[in-house]
Design a protein around this ligand. Structure first.
Ligand code: SF4
Length: 394
């Protein structure tokens, strides 16, 4: 019932990371990365399951050694979530995980070394239908670029990306996405904006080493928010020094706040004040915890008094306005019934679950996996993109 996003997304070609489309107007995919020891297969699979449970579309796993590659084979067999293997230099590891069923390789072709090794990786990726992710990080730019630019900056990051892209171009390999991450918001945003006008491949957004849960969330929200508002971004990873599960939650919250994904509960809550007729913060925290498993899109407003309660409830699927002696519940913007303070959390949870079940039964005719409102609501306006060659296409 809430807003349709006014964002016009950059037109990009689509790649497939396993079963998940990235780019080409597909819903912006939310991903995270495991931080377990990859060789500890059961711990890694357990973390992947936790990420899957909160809605992760894609999970990246670091594969730094051949032992980790062998562990990856078991991890691959233990989950259906699309997996990206993070490999920095060793082409043999890349070939191994391609053989074991990886869905995307994060590897920079310029870092692989000899031409025959680069060719082997690219040809194997092509044979397996596996895309690559070029990942440029401001903290690991090559010495030549640092000499040329003096310090990491957006131009150096874009030049680095174009160097890797040129290698893929030389093999006529176009099945890739690109990330340009810095820990500094302005540099990151400038780099993505520049590259977005030069290629049509999907862009993987992130502010690297963003910080802890609170500071990293703020920094990521500002940086990614600026880019997403420009229509830039096909998949996102929030880098937090925190439980990776939080990265997925923050990622979805950013997309939900911009109307770009409608997955799970969109909770509208007032900050509370002395007018509140129930403990808003306690109810919101309890509801958030209880409704974490819900992936269907639903707007729920929880507001402490009539100052803003009815207005918010009017545009929510489920609403609550605090009042004395009884609070008022709403369904589809209409008043429903009264609830006592002591029953608030139980009753709201039950209302949300009933509403989700009702929506799902109404959508049974829809294709499985289709996400209502997830597609770009304004696909009609083409964005002219100038290719590196200077040719343009729409
Ligand atoms: S909606 Fe009411 S309770 Fe909530 S912050 Fe505003 S005035 Fe206070």
């Amino acid at each position: 019932m809430r807003m349709q996003s006014p964002i016009i997304r950059r037109q990009s070609r689509q790649i497939m990371v396993g079963k998940v489309p990235v780019g080409g107007g597909a819903p912006i995919a939310v991903q995270s990365m495991t931080n377990t020891d990859t060789c500890d297969v059961s711990a890694t699979l357990a973390q992947i399951k936790r990420l899957e449970d909160v809605g992760a579309d894609i999970v990246r796993v670091s594969v730094p050694t051949m032992d980790a590659a062998e562990a990856f084979r078991l991890i691959r067999a233990g989950t259906t979530v699309p997996l990206v293997a993070d490999i920095h230099f060793d082409y043999r590891i890349a070939l191994k995980v391609l053989e074991y069923g990886v869905d995307c390789l994060r590897i920079n072709p310029g870092n692989i070394g000899r031409d025959d090794r680069v060719k082997a990786v690219i040809e194997s990726a092509r044979d397996h239908g596996v895309p690559l992710r070029i990942g440029v990080n401001a903290g690991s730019l090559g010495k030549e670029l640092l000499r040329k630019y003096g310090e990491p900056n957006a131009d150096a990051m874009v030049e680095s990306a174009l160097h890797h892209i040129d290698i893929l171009d030389s093999y006529d390999f176009q099945d890739y996405k690109v990330s340009l991450k810095a820990s500094e918001v302005f540099m990151t945003v400038a780099a993505y904006r520049k590259l977005a006008t030069q290629i049509d491949q999907p862009l993987h957004l992130g502010i690297t080493e963003a910080g802890g849960l609170r500071s990293g969330t703020v920094k990521s929200s500002i940086g990614l928010g600026l880019l997403l508002m420009d229509g830039i971004g096909d998949t996102i990873r929030i880098s937090l020094a925190a439980d990776p599960v939080e990265e997925i939650k923050v990622g979805f919250d950013i997309l939900k706040s911009l109307g770009l994904r409608r997955k799970g509960v969109n909770l509208i809550a007032c900050p509370s004040c002395s007018r509140q007729n129930f403990d808003v913060i306690a109810v919101v925290n309890a509801l958030e915890a209880r409704l974490e498993d819900i992936t269907a899109p639903i707007d729920v407003s929880v507001v402490g008094c009539i100052v803003n309660g009815p207005g918010e409830a009017y545009v929510a699927d489920i609403g609550l306005t605090g009042a004395t002696p009884m609070n008022m519940a709403y369904v589809d913007g209409q008043t429903s019934h009264k609830i006592a303070n002591e029953n608030l959390v139980d009753e709201l949870e039950a209302m949300v679950r009933r509403k989700v079940a009702q929506q799902q039964s109404q959508e049974q005719g829809q294709e499985p996996g289709q996400e209502p409102h997830a597609q770009d609501p304004h696909p009609a306006t083409p964005l002219r993109i100038i290719q590196k060659t200077g040719t343009s296409f729409e």
